[in-house]
Write a protein that binds this ligand. Structure first.
Ligand code: CMX
Length: 133
């Protein structure tokens, strides 16, 4: 049911400086900057084929990215899969014993419906399911 890797999330300390690296060194183009207030993050997006890189800068110390950077420093934060029926995927994962961080999908960046699976039940990788409705 997964169609492709929708994006890879990278926690950064400074969005502007990180965008510079992705543009000037890697030659990618930032096509959108968006704040997701509910998640306490500012995001920047780059396309790499069908997949995107999402840079995440925290806007609050108690948000998920603020806490992650305080504990582990900047780096890869999550992997997001594009799926066809996010509700069915969540139900299936739960039935198979995976701990859901979101029982029902919510709105994420770029107007996608998103839901997270806990990294402790996904072999260490914070996993996001996304669906474009
Ligand atoms: N990847 C892998 N492991 C992670 C992790 C991550 N991104 N974040 C935390 N962990 C691990 C921690 O290392 C810790 O492990 P230990 O107990 O072995 O030390 C454990 O998970 C619990 O971590 P914690 O620091 O106590 O943090 P919390 O439980 O408070 O939060 C998490 C962790 C994953 C539940 C929380 O970050 C969350 O709900 N994330 C989903 C939402 C999110 O990440 N939003 C930002 C992106 C928004 C967007 O894409 O738009």
């Amino acid at each position: 049911n997964i169609t492709h890797i929708e994006h890879i999330g990278v926690a950064v300390e400074n969005l502007e400086e990180s965008i510079k690296y992705y543009e000037e060194v890697l030659g990618l183009k930032c096509y959108a900057v968006e704040e997701v207030v509910e998640q306490k993050v500012k995001t920047a997006f780059f396309k790499v084929g069908d997949t995107k890189i999402e840079l995440l800068e925290s806007t609050a110390e108690d948000g998920p990215i603020g806490k992650f950077i305080a504990k582990k420093g900047p780096g890869m934060h999550h992997m997001a899969f594009a799926v066809k029926d996010i509700e069915a995927n969540l139900k299936d994962a739960e039935e198979k014993g995976v701990r859901l961080l979101d029982k029902t999908p919510r709105s994420g960046a770029e107007g996608l419906d998103i839901a997270f699976l806990h990294p402790k039940s996904t072999h260490g990788v914070l996993t996001e399911l996304c669906e474009k409705k």
